[in-house]
Design a protein around this ligand. Sequence first.
Ligand code: TYD
Ligand code: MG
Length: 458
Amino acid sequence: MPKTKTLYICSACEHEQAKWMGMCPFCRQYNTLEEKVIRPEGVKPPRMGAVNTEDVFESPVLLSDIPTDIVADRKPTGVPELDRVLGGGLVPSSLLLLGGDPGIGKSTLLLQICRHMASDEFPILYVTGEESASQIKMRADRLGVNVPGCYLLAETDLHNIQAAVEEIQPSLLLIDSIQTMRLSELSSLPGSVTQVRECTAFFTYLAKQQSTAVLLVGHVTKEGSLAGPRVLEHMVDTVLYFEGEGKDAYRLIRAVKNRFGSTQEIGVFEMGEEGLTGIADPSAYMLAGRPIGVPGSVVTCSMEGTRPLLTEVQALVSYTNFGTPRRTANGMDYNRMVMLLAVLEKRAGYKLQTYDSYVNIAGGLRIDEPAADAGILAALASCYKNKAVDPYTMVMGEVGLAGELRAISQAERRVTEAARQGFKSCILPAANKGKLRAPAGMRVMGVAHIGELLGVLL
Ligand code: TYD
Ligand code: MG
């Protein structure tokens, strides 16, 4: 069989070159030579995109004639918080990418998937390129993974993996991680752009050919994006990010891309002795241990998918010794914070030019929703005035540049969640108040301007 060869091609001038160089000898640009695989004639590259081999149609077909059963028979993973993010479960023959920082719990999650899903009818092959088989075994014992149909392979060479897949015919193939996998035809190191791209293409091909679902684990770089080329994200059906701040905090799984469902849902976990435990009531978890009666602490509500999530916003405003005040935003957009400070200055008369301001969304959550504006603004004002806001009042609303409070979406669900968590009153935009049916025992107040809001609160 003719062998696959590699060439280096300049991405700027398309000059071809047999060996890698730092500078293209033709156009003299740096770092433009990229390794390319040259396949002999008749060897086709793996086709990307389609879910199943059966759904490849030769000619155009009517949309209404295409069967939809592939997506319909999802298989629950047995980890409810993960199923929520996936949109119900694992789609057969699909390709998933799970990204996350080292130590966040990716390998743990894989084993927990094995514990719930593996059986003689649903064999799973776990390929590890990072740890030895006995290390995985030790963790599996600790997590109580003792099920039939769960195979382990410590290997990084794709051809050996392919042989194992053909022998075992797993329904699910777990790859931990894509950055350690290697196609022996390529001269570049595992984890390089070319290796990662070609290995993913190979797994796409394997997923379709063997009709097995593939879950790839990917590492995240210091900057927070998946290590390896962006193309990795284009090649797979679903991209999940596993994130969390610090060691003791909870962990979130978020879908960045999902060809089979929404990317709105999040799954919340806690890492403990028995591995990852799903948290069914994240609001209570987020609010646990918040300071009561301390200036600068305000509870607001953000929607995470279909779930309202109560979160504590903390602000600190202190006199600055320098000419330019420091501003730091943790868990929210920095520019949004600066805008809220400007509104507070201009529309409510707060003299913040000489104060350092810090905002922190407690629990390591990130809020990107304008509905949290009013809560953040109230926390800043509360700290500046050194007056605590009533701890059982929730504040929400979008703040406009004129200082007006604008309507937010799904106000009723948020208020209901606040009532469920024992909150007594809610302050929200006047425009939301009219249509709202408040739960029993909940006092709802509508305000139109931040002046009014701060007047009621402080
Ligand atoms: P791991 O799944 O190895 O992370 P990743 O594969 O993403 O790099 O596990 C991460 C951490 O979780 C590790 O530091 C140990 C901790 N851990 C627990 O606290 N409890 C457990 O039951 C397990 C299995 C791990
Ligand atoms: Mg790992």
